[in-house]
Design a protein around this ligand. Structure first.
Ligand SMILES: *Cc1c(COP(=O)(O)O)cnc(C)c1O
Length: 359
């Protein structure tokens, strides 16, 4: 809903006609309205938001990314200019700020420049990672975030708040109001009240709304900014430790450097890399086998109760994805999880080998 709010606000403020009155049905509408995000790491929540706005899922254009999974902004500029030439109306660029698979942060400063040159809305999807901007040692990584028109962040992720609590920050309050303001006789009384603060009815999709802010406020009061910084550093330290264990072990393959608290990697027995030791009675390729092996490891570690680890795909390959996003996780937990993953990998691989042997 935070991303949806961001995209709707972007659209209301950038469409070249009164989209509040006419929606997408204005006769002034020309071409397609288009949104941009990185191809590999762009989050599906943006596609869903475009869908809910009836822009069509295809309105989200995928921009090529670099080997570090961040958006290639030269490509972004070219793509936008080409679309404009073809009669489309680009209105928003979405930067990933802590991406879902690898925690990548797009080049925010460069995206800000492209948006300001072309009068586009700069939305930062920081659902996972935007809180990292509060760490002085990560200052360089988040440079340019302060230029975003809107930033989403999920307190139910990196603030450890119970489900659910999404959040959006909008630079210009009036632009947000313009997107949602609505009135009806039954919403307004004439008796004066003492309340002069903002009426959230005018600033979001909901009329009746839950008091989600309470749990955020109480957690902030409890931990304080310094308390949170300590926990965020602990999570990052755990991701870095996992990366170290993975790189030191010949049975695992590192796929990226951890930036924040998300770390993806692959179980890849060394023997299958050194020589073509992969036993193959059926027509299974090594890549297909490794996909299945990593999926089985994730399923079995979940069933074991030791850790909840899921898989994702990176460049088409099934990999293990660790989201170290609990305030209680420490490096000793990471070691336990690593050892368990290794043990499961060996067991599952051995089971496969035994099944391949002729009876
Ligand atoms: C989690 C996430 C979202 C939104 O998903 P919710 O589960 O609804 O909070 C959007 N973008 C990114 C990058 C995310 O990680």
């Amino acid at each position: 809903m935070a991303d949806f709010t961001g995209l709707l606000t972007a659209f209301r403020n950038k469409a070249p006609f009164d989209s509040t009155a006419d929606g997408l049905q204005s006769i002034a509408k020309k071409g397609r309205f288009t949104v941009y995000m990185s191809d590999h790491e762009g989050h599906i929540a943006i596609v869903r938001a475009a869908d809910m706005l009836n822009l069509g899922r295809n309105s989200v254009r995928r921009v090529k990314s670099k080997s570090d999974f961040t958006m290639d902004t030269a490509e972004l500029g070219k793509m936008i200019d080409k679309d404009i030439k073809n009669g489309d109306t680009p209105f928003c660029v979405v930067a990933q700020v802590g991406s879902i698979n690898v925690g990548a942060v797009d080049p925010l400063e460069e995206i800000a420049v492209i948006c300001s040159e072309r009068n586009l809305w700069f939305h930062a999807d920081g659902a996972c990672g935007a809180f990292g901007a509060a760490l002085p040692e990560k200052k360089e990584l988040f440079k340019g975030l302060e230029k975003a028109d809107s930033v989403t962040l999920d307190p139910h992720k990196w603030m450890y708040i119970p489900y659910e609590c999404g959040c959006i920050l909008i630079r210009d309050q009036e632009k947000l109001r313009r997107a949602f303001s609505i009135s009806a006789p039954y919403l307004r009384g004439t008796i004066p009240t003492e309340y002069t603060g903002i009426d959230y009815l005018e600033y979001g999709p909901q009329m009746s709304r839950d008091f989600r802010a309470l749990k955020v406020w109480m957690s902030l009061k409890h931990y304080g900014a310094e308390g949170y910084r300590k926990l965020w550093r602990q999570n990052i330290c755990c991701a870095e430790y996992m990366d170290k264990l993975v790189r030191e072990s010949p049975e695992f393959e590192a796929l990226h450097k951890p930036v924040l608290f998300i770390y993806s990697f692959r179980y890849f027995p060394n023997k299958y890399r050194i020589e073509n030791q992969f036993l193959n009675e059926t027509n299974v390729t090594l890549d297909q086998y490794l996909d299945q092996l990593n999926q089985n490891i994730a399923d079995e570690i979940q069933a074991s109760g030791v850790a909840f680890i899921m898989t994702t795909r990176i460049h088409g390959k099934v990999v293990l994805r660790m989201s170290i996003c609990s305030h209680r996780t420490t490096p000793s937990d990471i070691k336990i999880v690593f050892d368990k993953l290794k043990q499961l990998g060996e067991e599952i691989d051995q089971r496969y080998i035994n099944n391949q042997k002729p009876a």
